[in-house]
Design a protein around this ligand. Structure first.
Ligand code: FCB
Length: 452
């Protein structure tokens, strides 16, 4: 593998999925806490009340990251932990947790990458309409200012939103995620208000954080029709408009993709599009698999169909197609002309402890090798990829799938909270060390460069 100075190798997590401490030190409910309380939401009625107990075990987790030689760590702030009512009075105890985390990362020479929103909206704001209420752009700007002023002396890498396409489509359109709403108007309002909030947050970060390096994190995946039927081809285009374009297009080009224009137009006020399209520094990409799409009668007329039998699949049935990752990176490069950071990539696997108490997750290693090789191909073909973050550091609370899916390179025994690095963690650490040794014999890469 070619080595590049300053390439950032990291791992990603999110607050709701790992922190636990759901009612500790003043944190209030997020929409996910409330959603999971309704019966039958997920198998086994699991909750994230404890999750990986990272809130109490962050020092051990940072030590693990250091042992792996990670250059960077992407985490998110739990909005209801720092602003229990979503707006108004800040919660000092919640803010202090992220001080401790950030300071521990910096002491371990791991660059903090802070994501403002990874799906855990304060329930207090959902009660006011959540992402359907246009006022949320102001609430989000105020929350961003609080975070920026508190941590901006130590954190320079900021992402506004994680996968806005997923939490709007699943949460407000299809009702599969919190807050569990399935309504076309709700979906279209939410899309526009998230975009507006993104633009407002970029302005706040620019103003309040000297040297900020700002991006958003989008899930982009090719949408292939399941069959040669023209109805499936049309459905694939419809899904692609929501999944791939509803956020990056307005944020980069100040317009909605043509397929969504009419639906979103009623919510757009004069000046909105310019407020959304604020210059940013990089494109954050999450990518796992392509989608295979079939026509359906649901809200957007498209459903996730089966991949053809010839396509290999992971333990949880997700298609494994590294070429789609390479093509996605090249497509982003051509369309958006920004440095790219891969901020999530990885796979769930059937991880079991062997007789020696270890996890030989060769499937995951195979996936990571194939996908990082595809990334290398994209770089060789001209894509400006500057970093790669594996999803995830730890086995964690996988939303609607609860604890049944293990995405970590570190195994978590959810009964005891014991962490055991899997074979893939050792593989990743060796790869990072190999890059470091070949270009920086004196020490680690810091990835602390800003774009330019
Ligand atoms: C992404 C989410 C992340 C995790 C992975 C598996 O869509 O951003 O929180 O659930 O998928």
């Amino acid at each position: 593998m070619t080595t590049r100075p300053n390439f950032v190798w990291g791992a990603s997590t999110s607050a709701f999925q790992i922190e636990g401490a759901a009612h500790v030190d003043g944190r209030t409910d997020s929409i996910w806490d409330v959603y999971l309380r309704a019966p039958g939401r997920i198998k086994g009625s699991e909750t994230a009340e404890v999750a990986c107990d990272h809130y109490h075990r962050y020092a051990e987790d940072v030590a693990l990251m250091r042992a792996l030689g990670l250059n960077a760590y992407r985490f998110s702030i739990a909005w209801p932990r720092v602003l229990p009512q979503g707006r108004g009075a800040a919660n000092e105890a919640g803010l202090a947790f992220y001080d401790r985390l950030i300071d521990a990362l910096l002491a371990a020479e791991i660059e903090p990458w802070l994501c403002l929103y990874h799906w855990d909206l304060p329930q207090a704001l959902e009660a006011l309409g959540g992402w359907q209420n246009r006022d949320i752009a102001g609430w989000f700007a105020d929350y961003t200012a609080l975070v920026a002023r508190r941590y901006g002396d130590r954190v320079k890498r900021f992402a506004t939103f994680n996968e806005p396409c997923v939490f709007t489509l699943f949460g407000y359109g299809l009702g599969w995620h919190a807050p569990g709403i399935a309504d076309k108007a709700a979906l279209h309002k939410a899309i526009h208000h998230v975009n507006l909030s993104h633009g407002r947050a970029v302005d706040v970060l620019r103003k309040d954080v000297a040297g900020a390096s700002i991006g958003a994190i989008h899930n982009r995946q090719p949408c292939y029709p399941c069959s040669a039927n023209p109805a499936d081809a049309a459905a694939a285009l419809r899904l692609a408009a929501y999944w791939n374009d509803a956020f990056p297009f307005p944020q980069a080009f100040a317009s909605y993709p043509p397929a969504l224009l009419d639906a979103i137009a009623p919510y757009v006020m004069p000046g909105d599009m310019a407020q959304i399209a604020r210059p940013i520094d990089w494109f954050g990409l999450n990518h796992y698999s392509p989608h295979y799409v079939r026509a359906d009668t649901d809200l957007i007329g498209a459903a996730f169909g089966p991949a053809p039998d010839t396509v290999p699949r992971s333990a949880i049935g997700w298609p494994v197609v590294p070429d789609a990752f390479r093509d996605t990176l090249l497509d982003i490069h051509q369309r958006f002309q920004l440095p790219i950071y891969v901020l999530e990539n990885g796979t769930a696997a059937n991880d079991v402890l062997d007789a020696a108490g270890q996890i030989q997750d060769h499937d995951r290693i195979g996936y990571l090798k194939a996908y990082t090789a595809a990334m290398e191909q994209a770089i060789a073909a001209g894509a400006d990829v500057r970093g790669y973050f594996v999803w995830s550091l730890l086995d964690n609370f996988e939303w609607g799938a609860g604890y049944s899916q293990r995405f970590g390179i570190v195994y978590v025994d959810h009964a005891t909270q014991r962490r055991i690095p899997k074979a893939s963690a050792r593989w990743y650490a060796d790869m990072i060390a190999g890059h470091r040794n070949s270009h920086d014999p004196a020490g680690r890469t810091t990835g602390r460069k800003t774009e330019g």
